[in-house]
Design a binder for this molecule. Structure first.
Ligand SMILES: [Fe+2]
Ligand SMILES: [Fe+2]
Length: 560
């Protein structure tokens, strides 16, 4: 080709290159800063110059493509919050960047005897062997250990040719087992921004265009190092997130322990309510028709619901224990005291009779005395039975109420010699509770556990995806018809999650077999009671239908 026409052709090409160089940085195209010496060059730079130019442009393009790929990878890594999936992504993208057939990741952990490397993840395009996670102490003997200890990158063209002078060895056991041939290997430290080694990234067998292993070049080393930097940051973030999650998990479990230690007879209630509530939400997720046909709870929402369920009764720690565990109308020990007073009264009556007879000079009549004693014993027995019956949390019958009225007037001699009523006003008030074991004030105190729960949960700086926990737990005693507590919310204001929890809560309270003072209600009877609750507007009928049809209750019912 004539020199001039070649020059013209090249000018045209270079003109295009310079246009590109104006838009992008020009340094690589021309090898120097500024608009480029070729633009001012009056002479043809010669074929070597032209070749260098084209080569430089090609390198630049490739670098740019590498940068773009790296950016893309960086974004992908930053958006993955699960550590296992992140490790998989790092290997997938990393292998793509450096064109490696296989790769593995080791994580640096603190073991019992010092730093250890956990073989955490591996990928191999040629052989697919199941792998097991294992731990090895960090030592310079292995390539990964060497890199973890020194922070140095190893770029080995052929691992079988590592010389005896190197401190590390290649472990061929995988090759032997899998019939594989590891050739080139690039071993890079995964470090966080503070330079702490989080793990080691290994790329194995860079492949050429024909798919044959070749050594990793300097460019792959640079790319892999950049990737490792991004991976380190992403891993640190995922780890922090996992730490926060673990913190919440342990905190929730510790809180559940605290509630159940307070009220051991309901132990297990929080866990069962969580199982049932989450089970119901998962059943809703599988439902395609009806009012909840399009309702779907994400895995984050299910976790939020589980925590809210585990903590729904946490506020019970703010309720006095004697009220919380109260199973009879009288406080513990009080019944025995009152019975003892009745017994004392019986003795006092006999003594008074004896004294009267003696003072009147009447002789002792054993038959009359025995009859009197029998009559008094019978009366005391009736009074005691009435007292015991009226202490039970069942509905107060008229007969028992009458018995109480009778007892109101009875007296005995107190320790200080004064006559006093056997029943004090507080005893009468407690025994006159018409239904259940709680007075109005005690009932309100128990109900206040919901507000305590909310106040407690609202103080915790939950992460964004758990922010609904206080609100969900706050509404677990609300009823669709507005007859719930503490806020008397109406249907539209009660979150679906809280409605699901209400069903689980009632079901467990009915069927629980762990309360000594209350027999467990059989399954079918419990479901009937819930169905009646739904008809009365207490619980959500559609959710209850899903609860029953999906047999969510099987989750906590002992196998028949
Ligand atoms: Fe509750
Ligand atoms: Fe509960």
């Amino acid at each position: 080709m004539h020199r001039n026409s070649l020059k013209g052709l090249l000018r045209h090409e270079v003109g295009k290159a310079l246009e590109w160089a104006d838009a992008g940085p020009a340094d690589v195209v021309v090898g120097a800063d500024g608009p480029g010496w070729l633009a001012h060059c009056p002479e043809w730079p010669g074929s070597a110059g032209a070749a260098a130019l084209v080569h430089a442009g090609f390198e630049r393009l490739r670098d740019r493509r590498g940068m773009e790929q790296l950016n893309e990878v960086g974004r992908a890594l930053a958006s993955e919050q699960n550590l296992d999936r992140l490790l998989d992504l790092i290997l997938t993208h990393g292998r793509g960047l450096v064109r490696a057939e296989a790769g593995s990741i080791y994580l640096a952990l603190d073991g019992e005897t010092g730093r250890e490397l956990l073989f955490a993840h591996t990928q191999n395009a040629r052989v697919d062997l199941p792998y097991h996670r294992f731990r090895v102490p960090v030592s310079v003997d292995s390539m990964a250990g060497f890199t973890a200890l020194t922070g140095e990158t190893l770029n080995i063209p052929d691992v079988y040719l590592i010389g005896p002078e190197a401190p590390y060895r290649f472990n061929p056991s995988f090759d032997v087992q899998a019939g594989y041939r590891t050739t080139s290997m690039l071993v890079i430290p995964l470090t966080d921004t503070e330079g702490q080694v989080l793990g080691v990234l290994q790329f194995i067998n860079r492949l050429d265009e024909a798919g044959t292993p070749e050594p990793f070049g300097g460019e792959q080393e640079r790319l892999a190092l950049s990737l490792a930097g991004q991976a380190g940051v992403a891993m640190r973030n995922a780890k922090l997130r996992a730490d926060i999650e673990a913190l919440f998990e342990h905190f929730v479990n510790a809180s559940v322990t605290a509630i159940e230690q307070r009220d051991p007879v309901t132990s297990g209630h929080s866990g069962r309510v969580a199982q049932l509530t989450v089970g119901l939400a998962e059943a809703v997720n599988r439902t395609s028709g009806g009012p909840f046909g399009t309702t779907r709870f994400s895995s984050a929402q299910l976790r939020e619901l589980r925590y809210a369920s585990l903590l729904h009764d946490f506020g019970k720690v703010g309720v006095r224990e004697e009220v919380l565990v109260k199973s009879k109308k009288l406080p513990p020990g009080r019944l025995e005291l009152l019975l003892q007073r009745l017994r004392q009264r019986q003795g006092e009556l006999a003594m008074a009779r004896l004294r009267g007879d003696w003072e009147a000079g009447r002789s002792f009549d054993p038959g009359a005395w025995a009859a009197l004693m029998r009559a008094q014993e019978e009366e005391a027995g009736q009074l005691m039975a009435a007292l015991i019956r009226s202490n039970e949390p069942t509905v107060l019958s008229q007969e028992v109420a009458d018995g109480l009225g009778l007892m109101e007037r009875l007296s005995y001699t107190r320790w200080d010699g004064q006559a006093a009523g056997i029943l004090e006003p507080a005893d009468l008030a407690a025994l006159s509770i018409r239904k259940g074991s709680l007075s109005e004030a005690e009932r309100l105190e128990i109900e206040s556990h919901v507000t305590h729960t909310f106040n407690f949960l609202a103080r915790i700086p939950w992460t964004a995806d758990l922010a609904g926990i206080p609100g969900i737990a706050y509404a677990h005693h609300e009823r669709l018809n507005g007859k719930g507590y503490p806020r008397r919310l109406l249907e539209a204001d009660i979150p679906v999650q809280s409605r699901a929890m209400a069903i689980a809560d009632i079901f467990d309270a009915l069927t629980a077999q762990d309360r000594p003072y209350k027999a467990a209600v059989p399954l079918t009877r419990s479901l009937d009671i819930l169905a009646q609750d739904a008809r009365d507007g207490h619980v959500d009928p559609d959710l209850l239908q899903i609860f029953i049809e999906a047999r969510v209750f099987d989750r906590t019912q002992p196998a028949p």
